[in-house]
Write a protein that binds this ligand. Structure first.
Ligand SMILES: *[C@@H]1O[C@H](CO)[C@@H](O)[C@H](O)[C@H]1NC(C)=O
Ligand SMILES: *[C@@H]1O[C@H](CO)[C@@H](O)[C@H](O)[C@H]1NC(C)=O
Ligand SMILES: *[C@@H]1O[C@H](CO)[C@@H](O)[C@H](O)[C@H]1NC(C)=O
Ligand SMILES: *[C@@H]1O[C@H](CO)[C@@H](O)[C@H](O)[C@H]1NC(C)=O
Ligand SMILES: *[C@@H]1O[C@H](CO)[C@@H](O)[C@H](O)[C@H]1NC(C)=O
Ligand SMILES: *[C@@H]1O[C@H](CO)[C@@H](O)[C@H](O)[C@H]1NC(C)=O
Length: 462
């Protein structure tokens, strides 16, 4: 209604003032109301024959969000005969600052001949739009996973997003915090959008490194390596089965000695160190024992002379010196103190170590008959026996002689006397003694005489 009144006033003015002084009209009296559809629909270009004003079309202008409006240009309406159709009023001029929203721009012309009024009206919509995409800031996340795990759940920090609209939504994300990430580098993409559809993308890496805490596993670590060398050798070149190690990563190997190295007699500790790429290490340690077995004090062969058929022989038991000490089994063919007969005997001592190696101590015991000293001894004994027996024989003879002499002397004394029952030799002259007892007489020989009782008779041989 307000507009209608204004237009009415405008028309009145057109009648009151002569044409050609349209510039004196006050355009400010024309007001527009954006809310009024009546205004826009009623202000259609008039079509007077041959004097139609060509009006510019509606115009949309976009401005960045946050500003209040924009300076808007448009093409002025085209008037076929500007001398006849004069501009009476216009609401805006090109280059005016128009606020956000819809502005109706109205030009009013009047035909100076017919006094017909024509309107030119169009809309300028100043639209605030957001063309600035969200600003994103994202950083890589690095985590350490246990060795051999293959990955881990990583809670990464999501991108920091700012947008002039103050509101963003996540359009796309290739991963979420807490997801499982394989060992290595994984690219994570986030795409955000603001309400105006501007998108921003942020790409960052989630890096999972495995920390290997498991030391390598040693295989084929030798046990003690033993070797025996000949007496006099300072040592030997020793080899062994090469140990190795298994690990999920590359293993570096160092060792104090190498296979085939020369080892001196004694015990040497050999150490292998296996280190994986995470500096976990495992060792293999073993002892190389280089020993020598040396027979000490093996008796030398010995010989004995004896006058007997056998002899007990003693010797110092041989001993062995072993480096390193090992259990020795000792067997021997004889023992000290054994009896040996005439002849030669071989005495064997076997020393067998724990590896089955045997060394021997061999010596001989020979027993000979001591002919010289035995015969000399025999001669001496013989002489002693002969002299002694001679002395005893002479003495015996002497005793016999003495006894016989004494007997003879005594027999002479007791001539003719004989005891009863005594048998006397023929021709023996003796005295017969008797007492009251009766004696049996016997004849000793057919030629002996019977000796009667109570008589002293001479015994004579008949
Ligand atoms: C101007 O914007 C309005 C609404 O936003 C739309 O309906 C109209 O078609 C646009 N005009 C032009 C010329 O783009
Ligand atoms: C409007 O037009 C004038 C004259 O052609 C020009 O100088 C000015 O820069 C234009 N303004 C805009 C915002 O296009
Ligand atoms: C000879 O043997 C005897 C008895 O068998 C013994 O008493 C004696 O001592 C032995 N002599 C030697 C030299 O062995
Ligand atoms: C000797 O033998 C015993 C029992 O057989 C054994 O326990 C020990 O280890 C051995 N010593 C050596 C040095 O081989
Ligand atoms: C000693 O060893 C040898 C050969 O190894 C063997 O023939 C002999 O019977 C052994 N002797 C003893 C007493 O063990
Ligand atoms: C005989 O005995 C002597 C003295 O005892 C001794 O010196 C000598 O060696 C012995 N002879 C033999 C062959 O044994």
């Amino acid at each position: 209604m307000k507009l209608k009144i204004s237009f009415f006033l405008l028309l009145m003015c057109g009648c009151l003032f002569p044409f050609g002084t349209a510039t004196t009209l006050q355009p400010t009296t024309l007001t527009t109301d954006a809310d009024s559809t009546l205004a826009t629909t009623s202000l259609q270009p008039s079509t007077t024959q041959g004097f139609t004003v060509i009006c510019p079309g509606n115009q949309n202008v976009t401005v960045e969000i946050g500003v209040s409006g924009a300076v808007v240009n448009w093409t002025e309406p085209i008037v076929p005969d500007p001398m006849r159709m004069v501009l009476v009023s216009q609401t805006h001029h090109p280059g005016d600052f128009l606020p956000i929203g819809q502005t109706d721009v109205i030009y009013i012309y009047q035909d100076t001949v017919t006094f017909e009024v024509q309107f030119c009206s169009f809309q300028v919509i100043v639209e605030a739009v957001d063309n600035i995409p969200p600003t994103l800031q994202c950083d890589d996340t690095t985590e350490s996973a246990p060795g051999g795990s293959g990955g881990m759940s990583v809670i990464f920090s999501e991108p920091i997003v700012t947008d002039n609209s103050g509101t963003v939504i996540v359009l796309f994300q290739s991963a979420s915090p807490g997801d499982f990430f394989m060992t290595g580098t994984t690219e994570v993409t986030y795409i955000y959008a603001d309400p105006s559809g501007n998108t921003g993308q942020c790409v960052f890496n989630v890096i999972v490194t495995e920390v290997d805490t498991t030391p390598p596993e040693v295989v084929n670590c030798p046990s003690t390596v033993s070797e025996t060398v000949e007496l006099g050798e300072p040592g030997a070149s020793i080899t062994w089965m090469e140990p190795s190690a298994v690990d999920i990563s590359q293993v570096a190997q160092t060792s104090t000695h190498n296979r085939g190295d020369f080892f001196l007699i004694g015990e040497t500790t050999v150490t292998y160190v296996f280190t994986d790429s995470s500096s976990n290490s495992a060792t293999c340690t073993f002892t190389v024992m280089v020993g020598t077995v040396n027979v000490m004090m093996c008796p030398s062969s010995m010989s004995f002379f004896t006058c007997n058929s056998s002899i007990a022989v003693s010797w110092t038991t041989p001993v062995v010196n072993t480096i390193p000490e090992s259990n020795l089994t000792i067997t021997s063919s004889h023992s000290p103190g054994d009896t040996f007969t005439i002849g030669e005997s071989e005495i064997v001592y076997n020393f067998t170590d724990q590896f089955g190696r045997t060394i021997q101590c061999i010596f001989r015991v020979s027993i000979e008959r001591d002919l010289e000293n035995c015969s000399r001894a025999f001669n001496t004994v013989y002489k002693i026996v002969v002299i002694t027996s001679s002395i005893f024989f002479v003495a015996f003879l002497f005793i016999i002689f003495v006894v016989v002499s004494i007997c003879i002397k005594k027999c002479k004394q007791n001539e003719g006397v004989a005891d009863t029952n005594e048998v006397v030799d023929l021709g023996t002259t003796f005295h017969l003694y008797y007492n009251t007892q009766e004696y049996v007489r016997s004849i000793a020989t057919p030629d002996s005489l019977y000796i009667s009782n109570n008589q002293h008779e001479r015994v004579t041989q008949n």
